[in-house]
Design a protein around this ligand. Structure first.
Ligand SMILES: CC(=O)SCCNC(=O)CCNC(=O)[C@H](O)C(C)(C)COP(=O)(O)OP(=O)(O)OC[C@H]1O[C@@H](n2cnc3c(N)ncnc32)[C@H](O)[C@@H]1OP(=O)(O)O
Length: 198
């Protein structure tokens, strides 16, 4: 249970999945992405917009509804969400990053960086880009670029030697403009599915 404050707000609900300060340090000049007008994680261009780590309170800010525009989420109770949030935070390596429209307290974009610990390459770290989505009424306004560049620069900042992703063919161009490359002879994604995808 959270600490009940006088205004009824539970302290733990404002809890971040990872420390937010690291996002303000990211240098968007390091990315090949072109932003017109120029924006960044620390200055997303509108005072009502914020780029930040996922918070426990985001269950009530439409996080799961946003993810359902990407794929099936299932029926996730608050308890299940809370447990997964705690597990991700305790294990480390999960950087679920979101964009909030503060005028309506709703999440409008999200992307996840997961960091794998390796023995190879001198005990290196490898980043994976997962679960990128922008709310359909906010698309075409650079927010997809903003959230992907944010977590890609975050991977670099955390010391990852590379960042990888899987995507549909139609999104290859989108990711190429952000610095991702199809590597000759090394661009196949293969899956083994353990559940019915229907
Ligand atoms: C690793 C993964 O998670 S892959 C899964 C990606 N997510 C999805 O497919 C979920 C549904 N789609 C979405 O949420 C959005 O369409 C996103 C995230 C792909 C793009 O978000 P947007 O905010 O619309 O992107 P943004 O405005 O930054 O567009 C950047 C550029 O990519 C292009 N682009 C955006 N979406 C697409 C698309 N689906 N197909 C082709 N080009 C695209 C835009 O035209 C734009 O080009 P420009 O810079 O020349 O104008």
């Amino acid at each position: 249970m959270g600490i009940e404050k006088q205004n009824g707000f539970k302290e733990e609900e404002s809890e971040f999945l990872f420390p937010p300060d690291i996002l303000n340090k990211l240098d968007f000049n390091k990315s090949p992405a072109v932003f017109r007008p120029k924006i960044s994680a620390s200055n997303p261009g509108e005072e009502w917009m914020v780029v930040r780590p996922l918070q426990r309170a985001d269950y009530d800010k439409g996080f799961l509804q946003l993810l359902s525009q990407l794929t099936s989420t299932g029926n996730i109770s608050r308890k299940l969400f809370d447990e997964r949030f705690t597990q991700m935070k305790m294990s480390g390596g999960y950087y679920v990053t979101v964009i909030e429209d503060k005028r309506i307290s709703k999440l409008i974009g999200a992307a996840t960086l997961t960091v794998e610990q390796k023995f190879i390459h001198n005990c290196s770290l490898r980043g994976r880009l997962e679960d990128v989505v922008v709310n359909d009424t906010y698309r075409g306004k650079q927010l997809g670029k903003l959230i992907v560049v944010t977590v890609s620069l975050l991977a670099q900042e955390l010391g990852c030697y590379k960042m990888s992703l899987d995507c549909k063919d139609k999104l290859i161009k989108f990711y190429e403009t952000l610095g991702y490359k199809l590597e000759p002879g090394n661009s196949n994604a293969m899956n083994m599915r353990f559940e019915d995808s229907s």
